[in-house]
Design a protein around this ligand. Structure first.
Ligand code: ADP
Length: 398
């Protein structure tokens, strides 16, 4: 069995797979949340949802609680049946370029990168420590959101600020959502029956957080997020690309501190900030369809920005594009958004089939019509499965 863990500062999401006839099936999934608050553990197993109130004082007690329930619910007989644990880790900096066994050196790198991902890396470290202690025989594997983008060339990842800030502090573009981009790249290779290393793709990962990647010869060539996930596209609550002087302007002209302003840019901007209604695209689409002007504005700015990036990346790929892909919550489900994005692109011959765009699908669907010069897909991403496949490689290569 392989357990996949996505741990934040106050929650641990988990999904356990078992390998049945060469198929990775989900056995159980759930979340331990409100760690160090009041503690709730939710477990979905055998189509039933179990919910427990449990005092989860820290990550170790949350992990203890999860494993105890696994035994009580007869999900596993013995903790040692968990052969591998894959951790989703946000920041591996420049050094970690692929999934790896979590050694002391890797833990040091995750610690060193706390300054780049202060909200994410500490939660991952706490979970790693807890599982190391409680499931000592399992192989612990780290999969990093930044790894996929370590192939970006310097001219795409450097900011035009004094070079020493890159050299001394590592101030550069890193990019995120790499596990999803990796999954989608492999998926498209399978769909098109092509070698991954020859694929040029533009992948739009549109969830609450959103970014877009330019994939050249199967590798990240550029992406829209930066040093942090604040840059790039308009998101649910993040502003995306802005003139950085806005920060100074807001501090000087409002009663807010630097921290306050960053809170605004991360948590109160994006779709929520423009619309004043919601950060959730479903609410924005509904309000837009009811004629709400600010929702229409938020929707249009959101779609325009994605279109701008697609055109920019099409230029980087010199027009040699095998597919444009929409994925994650909005990319997979919001037909209106996909349509608006394609409609905003005027200098590439893209033609969407409206029926296919609106059609239900399970895994993936090609949504362009025959007049389109480029293929367009909606594809469901699966970051946990991607991590699980990576962990599986380490277990079978023993
Ligand atoms: P996260 O980044 O938290 O993993 P998701 O990938 O789950 O986020 O995406 C969440 C977003 O997807 C929300 O804005 C939600 O409104 C949007 N979404 C989900 N289903 C639909 C739908 N049917 N139509 C429009 N938007 C949707």
């Amino acid at each position: 069995m392989i357990l996949i863990v996505n741990s934040g500062s106050s929650s641990i999401k988990f999904k356990m797979y078992e390998n049945k006839n060469e198929h990775l099936n989900i056995l159980v999934e759930g979340i331990a949340e409100r760690i160090n608050v009041d503690g709730i553990l939710k477990i979905k197993f055998n189509n039933q949802i179990y919910e427990y109130k449990d005092k989860l004082n820290d990550h170790l007690s949350a992990v203890d609680s999860i494993l105890t329930k696994f035994e009580e619910l007869n999900i596993i007989e013995n903790i040692d049946n968990i052969k591998g644990i894959g951790f989703r880790i946000v920041h591996g900096g420049e050094k970690i370029i692929k999934p790896c066994i979590i050694t002391k050196e890797v833990i040091e790198i995750i610690k060193r990168n706390i300054k780049l991902a202060p909200l994410h890396n500490p939660g991952a470290l706490a979970a790693i420590t807890a599982f190391k202690q409680t499931v000592p025989k399992a192989k612990l594997i780290g999969c990093f959101d930044t790894s996929f983008h370590t192939t970006m060339p310097k001219h795409n990842f450097l900011y035009a600020i004094p070079y020493e800030y890159y050299e001394k502090l590592g101030a550069r573009k890193y990019g995120f959502h790499g596990i999803s981009y990796d999954y989608i790249t492999s998926k498209v290779a399978k769909i098109l029956d092509r070698n991954e290393n020859n694929l040029n793709l533009i992948i739009c990962h549109l969830g609450n957080g959103a970014s877009i990647a330019c994939v050249k010869n199967g590798k990240s060539y550029d992406t829209s997020m930066g040093l942090t996930p604040l840059a790039g596209l308009v998101m649910g609550t993040r502003c995306g690309d802005i003139d950085s002087s806005i920060i100074d302007f807001l501090i000087k002209n409002t009663e807010q501190t630097l921290d306050d302003v960053f809170n605004v840019l991360n948590k109160k901007s994006g779709l929520l900030g423009i619309s004043g209604i919601s950060s959730d695209m479903r609410d924005i689409c509904q309000a837009k369809n009811e004629g709400n002007e600010r929702a229409i504005l938020a929707f249009n700015i959101y779609a325009q920005k994605i279109a701008d990036y697609i055109v920019k990346y099409a230029n980087l790929l010199e027009g040699e594009i095998d597919a444009i892909i929409f994925t994650a919550g909005i990319g997979e489900n919001a037909a209106d958004v996909r349509k608006a994005v394609i409609d905003y692109i005027k200098i590439m011959k893209l033609d969407m089939d409206d029926n296919l765009n609106n059609k239900n699908y399970y895994d993936y669907l090609k949504i362009n019509n025959d007049d389109s010069e480029y293929k367009i897909f909606k594809i469901r991403t699966d970051e946990e499965l991607m991590i699980c496949q990576e962990v599986q490689k380490f277990i079978t290569n023993e």
